[in-house]
Design a protein around this ligand. Structure first.
Ligand code: AMP
Length: 210
């Protein structure tokens, strides 16, 4: 049983690595950004509320995210462990999470800014199953269709230059302080996210020592 948080700059491979690890460990993956994109696609009340915020690359309100996470992490099917990807996004959310559960390990996927830009331009996602591809670094077999469910891949609505700039600014201001927060708690593991998907996956596996 292991409760993992994954954080790092946009494009570091959180979604890709969390998905792989969740399959390997057979524990659920909780990707908050993808969950919100599904709400938007299904045109739910929540989706309508967050759509414009996300398109601009801004953060959804803490109370809204906290509510979503509280319901998940306390549900029976998550008691054998899980991987949180995209939450917490700031120290207030991290404190809220600590009131709910004890986090075992925090994987910080570190990637220099120059690499971040390369990874975000060219990223393609599946609107149906959330699988993530990259035109150069991780192309799907058909190029424009998802390997898993054959849905036509899309560029994320917030992978525009303006929204990317905003999201990186948010990351530096809001999310980077999580490094210090989790370091002090003694649960932080730093992973070099610059190598390819296989190599980063291996580093994560070795660092977790499972
Ligand atoms: P991601 O897929 O993790 O890059 O998240 C995409 C977008 O979803 C973010 O830019 C935010 O607008 C929103 N979002 C996801 N997780 C959170 C969170 N924990 N707190 C606030 N907003 C979030």
């Amino acid at each position: 049983m292991i409760k993992i948080v994954m954080f790092g700059p946009q494009g570091a491979g959180k979604g890709t690595q969390a998905d792989r690890l969740s399959r390997r460990l057979n524990i659920p993956h909780i990707p908050t950004g993808q969950m919100l994109r599904e709400e938007i696609a299904a045109d739910t009340k929540l989706g309508q509320k967050v759509s414009e915020i996300m398109k601009r690359g801004e953060l959804v309100a803490d109370w809204q995210m906290n509510e979503i996470i509280r319901d998940r992490v306390n549900a029976p099917e998550y008691q054998n462990g899980f991987i949180l990807d995209g939450y917490p996004r700031n120290v207030d959310q991290a404190e809220f999470l600590d009131y709910q559960i004890a986090v075992d390990k925090v994987l910080f996927l570190n990637l220099p800014k120059t690499e971040v830009m390369k990874r975000l331009s060219g990223r393609l996602t599946c609107p149906k199953c959330g699988a993530i591809f990259h035109k150069v670094f991780n192309p799907s077999i058909a190029g424009d269709k998802c390997d898993r469910c054959q849905t036509v891949l899309q560029v994320r609505a917030d992978d525009t230059p303006e929204a990317i700039a905003k999201r990186l600014e948010q990351y530096e201001e809001e999310t980077e302080p999580l490094h210090e927060y989790y370091l002090k708690k003694g649960v932080l593991i730093e992973i070099d996210a610059a190598p390819n998907i296989e190599q980063v996956g291996l580093s994560i596996w070795e660092a977790l020592g499972l």
